[in-house]
Design a protein around this ligand. Structure first.
Ligand SMILES: Cc1ncc(COP(=O)(O)O)c(C=O)c1O
Length: 342
């Protein structure tokens, strides 16, 4: 039997990683959706495809984080999340494949009290995976709780490794440096030049920061636009900026120039509520292209892209790549939001 450690290899910067996606994720044209919204060169990067547990953007982040953890002798991975977390689903399934124990520390961050929220979507899949979910009381700080839990696990003989919220640290962001490199190669092969704009939904900021760092290292003019879903605009700008700097520093490219673009037009009241524009964007993408977006991140990012085109912030001729970061199971959790007109 091959050991899990034998499946790692050093990347071009000599940092150990797993190839959890095996190959570049597809980059596909969206001609019908593009025509409908007023873009001649719209593409989608399918980071919703590939990896264990249904895939999504955390898989790239885990490639180096879990390699480091295993090399340093840890056996248990802990992450802070909520009951419908895509990150938790992706982590528990990837950890299962590697024979690692995983613990998900959860808090009700959304306050949605529907039947499907507590039993369908990611929650159903986490149950199928046999995930260990430990509830943090509402009045207790996530990080205090996790450090007490880690101490308890250590006392029991385990060796726990705590991932940051959203798996967003420099090692995780390097997964999206890889994604930026893939996008440049794929668009160059199709269009003969670099993309003008890459869009992404932004939560804990690691996905956007990795893309920004990746394009900065290549010295291309590609602009990464993040549609903030979780944080207020200025907090998101600072979050992406800090992670981009850390990532560039870890890669020895601290002199690379970059700008951070955050648009908060799709955020509405924050994380939980679903906007009518998001529902329209999900229906449109399904009906014109046969692709499902999710109601918390990617549906809002598509609504944000449509709003930027409507407001003439994007030229119809520009090459635009929409990064699909996954999250399909959440569609089933918000089925009540689609009842009218779906
Ligand atoms: C589907 C989906 N898209 C985007 C994001 C945001 O990515 P990040 O936390 O790296 O900003 C998440 C985070 O949980 C997600 O689940």
């Amino acid at each position: 039997m091959t050991k899990i450690i034998d499946q790692m290899h050093p990347d071009e910067n000599n940092i150990q990683k797993f190839d959890l996606l095996h190959t570049a994720t597809p980059l596909e044209p969206l001609p019908r959706l593009g025509k409908h919204i007023g873009l001649k060169n719209l593409f989608i990067k399918r980071d919703d495809e590939g990896g264990r547990g249904g895939g999504g953007n955390k898989i790239r982040k885990f490639e180096r984080q879990l390699a480091k953890m295993i090399l340093e002798g840890y056996d248990t991975v802990i992450i802070a999340a909520h009951h419908q977390s895509n990150a938790a689903r992706e982590l528990v399934s990837t950890a299962a494949m590697m024979g690692l124990k995983s613990v998900i520390v959860v808090k009700d961050l959304i306050g949605r009290k529907t039947e499907s929220f507590s039993s369908n979507g990611n929650r159903l899949l986490l149950n199928l995976l046999g995930a260990e979910l430990i509830e943090v009381p509402q009045n207790v700080d996530f990080m205090d709780f996790i450090s007490d839990l880690a101490a308890k696990l250590r006392a029991e003989g385990a060796s726990p490794y705590v991932l940051p919220f959203g798996a967003s640290d420099a090692l995780g962001c390097m997964g999206y440096v890889d994604c930026a490199n893939e996008i440049l190669k794929q668009i160059k092969a199709m269009k003969g030049r670099d993309p003008d704009i890459v869009t992404v939904p932004t939560g804990s900021c690691g996905t956007q920061a990795g893309l920004v760092a990746g394009f900065a290292r290549q010295g291309v003019a590609t602009k990464t636009v993040g549609f903030t879903i979780l944080k207020e605009k200025q907090d998101a700008v600072h979050g992406v900026e800090a992670l981009t700097k850390q990532t560039l520093q870890e890669l020895g490219s601290e002199s690379a120039d970059f700008d951070v673009f955050i648009d908060d037009c799709a955020r509405d009241d924050g994380y939980g509520p679903i906007t009518p524009e998001c529902l329209d964007a999900i229906r449109l993408t399904a009906r014109l292209e046969g692709i499902f977006l999710d109601p918390v991140y990617t549906g809002k990012a598509m609504a944000g892209l449509i709003s930027q085109v409507d407001n003439k912030l994007i030229d119809p001729e520009q090459i635009v790549v929409f990064v699909h970061t996954g999250g399909l199971p959440r569609l089933f959790v918000y089925s009540d939001a689609f009842k009218e007109g779906a």
